[in-house]
Ligand binder design. Structure first.
Ligand SMILES: CC(C)(COP(=O)(O)OP(=O)(O)OC[C@H]1O[C@@H](n2cnc3c(N)ncnc32)[C@H](O)[C@@H]1OP(=O)(O)O)[C@@H](O)C(=O)NCCC(=O)NCCS
Length: 152
């Protein structure tokens, strides 16, 4: 259920070429803002990634399998969504995701987003029904006012 832009099977140099040829140039052009995710007790090890992007898909993320299901991506999503609205000052954030991507949808649902469109999307696993989730700056601030999250 990763976006079809991700090459699959993932090549041995896939991370290097993606960061060097796509992610860093996008960041330099001011079209993307990207973070690696690391545990405080093991800061050298990258366990996941989250990014914000101009265009139709404003936020993307993945978490390594051993670290899934601990609430870590929810924590990261809240931090970078604050950044999208409060530092970058965009009026709205939209994120398409496969309907069957339960974990990703749950994160959107838990953080005050709503579905504004359904369509097909292209993923590594093929064409899948997709929902576009959205939240406005005003809605985000209202949600944050009653969800003063403290990071672990
Ligand atoms: C989606 C993904 C980032 C979630 O990361 P995570 O760190 O496991 O997320 P969290 O622990 O914060 O969990 C978020 C919620 O989803 C639920 N959830 C997570 N994975 C789930 C699964 N496979 N099935 C059902 N629920 C799931 C959690 O229980 C939690 O809900 P809750 O608070 O009500 O219990 C992770 O599964 C992943 O990297 N998937 C592969 C890449 C991907 O799909 N990226 C998103 C593309 S749109």
């Amino acid at each position: 259920m990763l976006n079809a832009v991700v090459p699959w099977p993932f090549p041995a140099d896939g991370a290097l070429t993606h960061v060097r040829d796509t992610a860093l140039p996008q960041i330099e052009r001011g079209e993307a803002w990207d973070w690696t995710l690391r545990l405080k007790e093991e800061p050298e090890r990258i366990i996941g990634r989250i990014g914000l992007y101009l265009g139709q898909n404003n936020r993307g993320f993945w978490m390594g399998l051993p670290w899934q299901g601990r609430g870590l991506m929810t924590e990261a999503v809240i931090a970078v969504t604050d950044y999208w609205f409060e530092v970058l000052s965009f009026p709205v954030l939209r994120a398409p995701k496969a309907v069957e991507n339960v974990g990703s949808r749950r994160i959107s649902e838990k953080t005050g987003m709503r579905v504004v469109e359904t369509k097909d999307g292209e993923y590594v696993s093929g064409i899948l029904p997709t929902e576009v989730w959205e939240i406005t700056a005003e809605e985000w601030r209202a949600w944050r006012a009653v969800n003063p999250v403290v990071t672990k």
